[in-house]
Each structure stands twice: as C-alpha cells, then as structure tokens.
Design a protein around this ligand. Structure first.
Ligand code: NAP
Length: 333
C-alpha cells in the first residue's frame, strides 16, 4: 500500500516520502480499515520538526497521522463490535500513528461507527479535536452556567470546543482574528473577541474555566482571567507532574519540568486554581459521544480545505501556517 512516512527530523518539505509498504496485519483485537479520509493536526508537523523528541521517540521511517475515517475490510478473531463493510472513524494512539496511508490496523476499542449524517471527510475531521475537548471539559468538570474562555475559536480545537461548550450550557468567550469573527459567532460563541482590535485581558474577568490552546504567555495569563478556584486546562502549556508520569518520564526529567513550571506554580497558588496539561487518549466511548452530538445536529464538522492524498505535504504546510479555519482534510478515496 501507499503510505506517507517521516524520513527524519527537520522541515516538513524535505522529511516526508510516499513509500510502498506491506499492508498492515491485524492482531486479534484489531480491525483493518481502508482509509477514505484523514485529517491533519498540529502534532503532525511538530513531530517531523522534532519538537516532541523528549516524549515521542521515533525510529525512521515511521508513519504519520492520527485521525481517519474509512471502511472495515478485515476483523480480528476476538472483534465483537464491527464487521467487514462497517463505515467507521477513529483517532489512533502514538504507537499506531500512520493514518496518512491507504490502510491501517486499529484496536477495536478505539474505533466507532461513523456518524450517519456525515461523509468520510467530515467524519475524519472530528476525532482528535473532539476527543481532546471531551476529555478536557470532563477533567475540568465544565458544567451548565460556567463561563469559559476558549482561545483560538477558529482553529480545529476551538471550532469543536465552542459548539460542545454551548451544548453543555456554558457561556463562551473566544478569541480569533478579524476575518473569522463572523463564522465563529455563528458556531454559538457568546462573545467573540477579535484579537487584532481587542485585548481579551480587558474583557474577560473571573471566568470558571480557560481552555488554553495557545500556550506560552497565554497559559500564564489564563490566571489573570480565571476566578479564585478556577480551572485552566491546557493543550500545550507546561507539563504538570501527573501528565509527566503518564508520558513515562523519569525522575530527573520530572524534576527538570518542576523547575521549568515554577512561575506557573506560583500563579496556580495565587488563584487556588486547578491546572492540567491534557494528553488525549483515544477511545471508542468518547467517539460515541461525538457521534451522538453530530447525529443530533448539536455539533457540526468545520472543514477549511480538502487536499488529495498526493498533496499531503501541502496539507501539512497549510496546517503549520497556523491560519486554518477549522480542519484540514486529506482525501484518499
Ligand atoms: N494535548 C493534546 O492532547 C492536544 C490535542 C490536540 C491539539 N493540541 C494542541 O492544541 C493546539 C491547537 O490545535 P488546533 O488544531 O486548534 O490548531 P489550529 O487549527 O492550527 O489553530 C489555528 C487557529 O488558531 C488561531 N489563532 C492563532 N493565533 C491566535 C491568537 N493569538 N489568538 C486567537 N486565535 C489564534 C488562528 O486564527 P487566526 O488565523 O485568526 O489567527 C487559526 O484559526 C495546538 O498546539 C495542538 O498541537 C494538543
């Protein structure tokens, strides 16, 4: 089969190749999926550039891509929930990363039937952003009546998170650039802050929850806008000790991270706040939640551009531009 693979660390343009490799063989608990569409995520280019070397070890050549939709072509002996011909969607864990390919073997417990009202491209847009947000809001116990700031409402994560937070019944502040204000408002956000003309720090006060999708100074400043006892769930900020353990980091690495987040620790204490860096865990139960939300028309797929498989590198370069309006799709079929 044809698969896009990472050749080595470095820039996106020169470190990817389309290789002809063996079709994956499945274990007892896995299904073989013929991939019809995949979606890109910022982690894809970050891995190539070596930005995650400390937590993700690669042996080259290696696969790329997490999100996918497609059709089950084979099932392992112990698979109970799927049959050949089922239309499914999934996000795979680190060790199975390789959805920019024609086929993939996925554990049954990380697969879900595709929402009935979505085509393959739409279904492939949802797993990573949906799973991450469901797990983040669950961890931060977002509930009806809470006020939440969601940074980058026009991104892959933000465009899902706004819809999901409104569904939970929260009041949503979000930030984006001028060109995106109109359509982001239509997703349901209560107050869209145009970061080019407004400063969110002047407008957002004492919120219950900040969903930090931007990191660095945005993580630190989250503690200026949350209420005492509020929650900051980050996708990209400093690694807390619990998450460091989940990453399997040794004591020395964890001590290093302890000192690296010392400024943040001070901010957390000042606000008696809760802070957590979320690391998404693929699973079919949370995919079922996404499926239900979509089938009940409570969440829709937001797609910016669709690239043919042969133009995957351009899809990744567009992702890296940081200007995506929703999700970027790679279409295999
Ligand atoms: N920890 C995890 O498990 C996990 C899972 C998924 C994602 N992530 C991380 O979460 C982050 C967000 O992912 P994503 O898929 O949403 O990224 P994305 O789709 O690439 O985000 C692009 C969007 O960000 C907006 N943006 C950029 N700078 C902004 C700013 N200063 N203020 C407001 N909006 C801004 C852009 O709008 P404009 O063009 O208007 O600027 C654009 O629409 C990434 O770093 C990703 O790696 C982590």
């Amino acid at each position: 089969m044809k698969a896009l693979q990472i050749k080595g660390y470095g820039d996106v343009e020169s470190n990817l190749a389309f290789n002809n490799i063996e079709n994956p063989s499945i274990k007892e608990n896995q299904v073989l999926i013929e991939i019809f569409a995949a979606s890109t995520n910022p982690i894809d280019y970050k891995i190539i550039e070596g930005l995650l070397k400390q937590v993700i070890k690669l042996n080259f050549p290696t696969g790329i891509g997490y999100d996918l939709s497609g059709i089950v072509r084979e099932t392992g002996k112990s698979v109970k929930g799927f049959k050949v011909g089922d239309e499914v969607f999934s996000s795979v864990p680190q060790e199975s990363r390789s959805s920019f390919a024609e086929f993939i073997a996925v554990d049954e417990n990380m697969v879900c039937l595709k929402p009935k009202n979505l085509n393959f491209e739409e279904a492939a847009s949802l797993p990573m952003v949906g799973l991450t947000t469901i797990q983040a809001f669950k961890r931060g116990n977002l509930k009806a009546g809470d006020r939440i700031l969601i940074h980058a409402g026009s991104g892959g994560i933000g465009s899902f998170a706004i819809q999901y937070a409104k569904n939970i019944g929260a009041y949503v502040y979000t930030t984006t650039g001028t060109a995106n204000v109109g359509w982001v408002k239509e997703l349901g956000a209560d107050r869209v802050i145009d970061y080019k003309t407004e400063n969110y720090l002047d407008l957002v006060k004492d919120v219950d929850f900040v969903y930090d999708t931007l990191g660095e100074q945005f993580t630190i400043d989250a503690f200026k806008v949350i209420k005492v006892g509020g929650k900051v769930i980050s996708l990209i900020g400093p690694v807390d000790d619990e998450t460091a353990k989940e990453f399997g980091l040794n004591l020395i690495a964890r001590i290093y991270l302890y000192f690296k987040r010392i400024k943040l620790t001070g901010k957390i204490k000042e606000k008696s706040a809760y802070y957590k860096l979320i690391s998404m865990k693929p699973n079919s139960e949370d995919l079922e939640i996404i499926k239900k939300l979509v089938e009940e028309n409570k969440v829709k797929s937001i797609i910016d551009k669709i690239f043919p498989f042969s133009e995957s590198v351009n899809a990744l370069l567009y992702q890296k531009s940081g200007r995506a309006k929703g999700k970027i799709i790679i279409k295999m079929k």
